[in-house]
Design a protein around this ligand. Sequence first.
Ligand code: DX5
Ligand code: ZN
Length: 213
Amino acid sequence: MLVAPSILSADFGRLAEEVDAICKAGCDLVHVDVMDGHFVPNLTIGPVVVEAVAKASSKPLDIHLMVENNSFFVDLFAPLKPKYISFHIEEEKHVHRLIQKIKAYGISPAVVLNPHRGLEDLEYIIDDLDMVLLMSVNPGFGGQKFIPNVLEKAKRLKDLIEKSGTNTLIEVDGGVSNQNINDLKSAGVDVVVAGSYVYGSDNYAKAIKSLKV
Ligand code: DX5
Ligand code: ZN
């Protein structure tokens, strides 16, 4: 299991230190939640702060856009060379076009599905995706309760990926902890995002290790 701690739960007064700490504690990716106050009822950080995160990080960035006007934000964050940019399928009319645009920047594209959303949109784009992010909370805030229907969805998505013969990874975001990590592993999940579980612990290395099942 790859582990991507979400910096949303970090101490923003010491952000560079907090990013460095999870990298040294053995995380695989640094998950950056970009919220615009429109698509979700919360507002986080823009490219100026994410640039500082990128400088402090020895691990690749995983940028999760929770915004209206995805294309604009892709242009804004692409120069920071994240490994992944993921965008919500609920908020995008031209999904295929945006995937191609992210790829053209040399960045791995991912789409995000909210908890209510089925997999039917993925059938014709799965070959183009490096990762699919399944939300296991409603996006907007850290520290929410895990919605277990993501387990069934991940299993179905795994089938779809196997049938199409791609290497697309499955990432799950929201309410992940040592309480559900084994279920996520059994469901075929490859990457977990964990905010409050990692940053709320007093030993980041131990918390990350407990998710590497
Ligand atoms: C929620 C964000 C998550 C959040 C996860 O909108 O996308 O990445 O930080 O936080 P936890 O792990 O605390 O649920
Ligand atoms: Zn996220």
